[in-house]
Design a protein around this ligand. Structure first.
Ligand code: DGY
Length: 326
């Protein structure tokens, strides 16, 4: 009998052919609607493999009633939506998709920085609202990016790829990370500093750290107070790293200048979200890795991760390999 794999969202069929060969596959047939809690729970009573997304919380209620589950393959580099500790305790491999999305996510992060600093969405709205009557000297004047200081919080693969882009813009690069990255320091001219030093010195503070119990609400009132009044804050990691009420206050009171946000504490957000209402915020809907090429690569990697674990092989990328003794 073939193993049973449940996919929590409609995926392109042509990318699943290898999976169909080795497993009985069922897919939640909606592209835009997440699988309801009870449907997922029911599927997990039977499933040997789960193909999940960042928007699927896979917590204890699910894992406690998943007696046959061997692998959860998240189609994302981040895996904060999964209770990894419990999965590990139950011997379930938790896989993810690093590397394939690094450059795409770095491109978007830098685009968000550029868009926020140079007020591009506002400028586009200016024309579509038919407000452009004449050229004027300070019309939609933004902030320079070149030769300014960027502070990258979380110098993982994506952080390094953002630093590479910043180097091309002649930026001064600071970073804060759990461990020092000497290679990045040499190759990119990045300077390691403390979190507070980074906040105090950066014109652009870019959050790319993963969400963990240590980084939750790392950007709180105090963090925004440390930043320059002219600073722009960019978040392309997870909304949970930011205390949103503190960010809102910082933006409203001019404690910082602006923010570009790809992620939010609770997603999706609505147009009436207080941060979206602010004129100095550029808000986009968690599209860091959203190019067709990269999303295809993420689907393929997720499929490979599932197949390999089901065959008893080492997956391409898993977060609890060591803990499971693989
Ligand atoms: C990730 O991979 O973690 C992204 O946030 C989802 O695209």
């Amino acid at each position: 009998m073939k193993p049973y794999v449940f996919i929590t969202r409609k995926m392109p069929d042509h990318l699943l052919s290898e999976l169909y060969e080795v497993a009985e596959v069922k897919m939640w047939e909606h592209e835009d609607i997440p699988v309801p809690f009870d449907v997922l729970q029911e599927e997990l009573e039977r499933a040997n493999g789960l193909f999940s997304l960042v928007s699927d919380p896979i917590h204890s209620e699910h894992l406690e009633s998943a007696p046959h589950l061997k692998v959860i393959a998240n189609m994302a580099v981040g895996y904060d939506n999964i209770d990894v500790q419990l999965a590990t305790k139950k011997g379930i491999m938790v896989c993810h998709t690093p590397d394939v999305l690094t450059d795409t996510t770095a491109d978007l992060t830098f685009a968000l920085l550029l868009a926020t600093a140079r007020r591009i969405p506002e400028a586009a709205r200016y024309i579509s609202n038919d407000e452009w009557k004449q050229w004027s000297p300070y019309l939609l004047a933004g902030m320079d990016i070149h030769h300014k200081t960027i502070g990258i919080v979380g110098m993982g693969r994506i952080g390094e790829a953002v630093a590479k882009r910043a180097k091309g813009f002649d930026m001064n690069i600071l970073y804060y990370n759990r461990s020092r990255k000497e290679e990045a320091e040499q190759q990119l001219g990045a300077t390691y500093c403390s979190f507070v030093e980074l906040l105090q010195q950066s014109d652009y503070v870019v959050c790319l750290a993963p969400l963990t119990s240590e980084t939750k609400e790392l950007f709180d009132e105090q963090a925004f107070q440390e930043m320059k009044n002219s600073a722009i804050f960019i978040n392309a990691s997870r909304g949970g790293l930011v205390k949103e009420s503190a960010l809102q206050e910082a933006l409203e009171k001019g404690i910082i200048h602006g923010a570009g946000l790809d992620v939010f504490a609770e997603e999706p957000i609505r147009a009436n979200h207080p941060l979206v209402q602010l004129p100095n915020v550029v808000a986009i809907p968690h599209i860091g890795s959203a190019t067709v090429e990269t999303r295809d690569a993420m689907v393929k990697m997720t499929v490979q991760n599932i197949i390999r674990v089901l065959k008893g092989e080492r997956p391409l990328a898993a977060v609890n390999l060591k803990e499971l003794g693989v």
